[in-house]
Design a protein around this ligand. Sequence first.
Ligand code: UDP
Ligand code: MG
Length: 317
Amino acid sequence: MKKITLIIPCYNEQEALPFFYEEVTKTLSGLSNYSYELLFINDGSDDDTLSVIKSFATKNEAVKYLSFSRNFGKESAMYAGFCHATGDLVAIMDADMQDPPSLLPKMLEILEKEEYDCVATRRFSRKGEPLVRSFFARLFYRLMNKISRTDIQPGARDFRLMKRPMVDAIVSMCEYNRFSKGIFGWIGFRTYWLPYENVERVAGKTKWSFFGLFRYALDGIFNFSQAPLYIASWFGLFMTMLSVVLLLFVIIRKLLFGDPVAGWASQVCIMIFIGGIQLFCMGIMGQYIAKIYLETKHRPPYIIAETNLTETKKATE
Ligand code: UDP
Ligand code: MG
């Protein structure tokens, strides 16, 4: 009998978890050919998420949990889940029911019947989401696919069901600056995209502010594309060439008409403009250097404070 592991990252999800647990156990116990394991990752919640998870664990031995020493973010939670999942098939699911458990049987069927390593989900609508957020999300996916060779589908969720080889590949990517949507695309494997209508969160609030998402998008770009660096260098080259042309213009004008002092105001503007561009380009380089800095420290992406697993793995093993 094959085993499915569901990884559920949870950060302050005490309201949503009971709904999730009921629905998901109903769906999973309906699958006669599979056993299951629910691996909850408590990502340093401030509310009673951990005690809710523990109450599930006392009544159901398929419930496992890892509890972090503080909030490390969903990326770290997912990675910890992948490192500790024991199933032949592994799925990532949000605790707020935005990743409908009812899709699981269909996903399993696709993996069993067809030659795919992974079934990933994609929202075809963003109903119920603020318009500004949808607009920037669309812009991000369009930009990302232009400047990065990693395939990132618009509207892609982290909700996906994978076979073991793909999970092992994800675990082997032990980078500190994690951007899972990029990692999933980068490692390859045959992926089936299953579209579904957006579902609103069952209870609780989203953990993402607009600026939080904006930073996440920038992280994605810096982690999976060198395009900002190229843009900076090409811009530098363009400015240098332009300055040579302008210099020639100034020299020729001086020789023909004299009066080298006129136009000082425009010169100051140009100096400020170029200074700005230089700082901007240095900032871009700084972003990459900061990533290198964090990467070389080899800090663990998560620290486990408590668990009911008998054995835990260090992130960098
Ligand atoms: N989450 C997490 N750590 C965080 C933020 C979020 O583990 O620092 C979990 C959260 O509990 C949920 C999932 O990641 O299960 C998705 O979060 P959320 O629903 O807030 O994001 P959205 O669906 O609005 O993109
Ligand atoms: Mg959500």
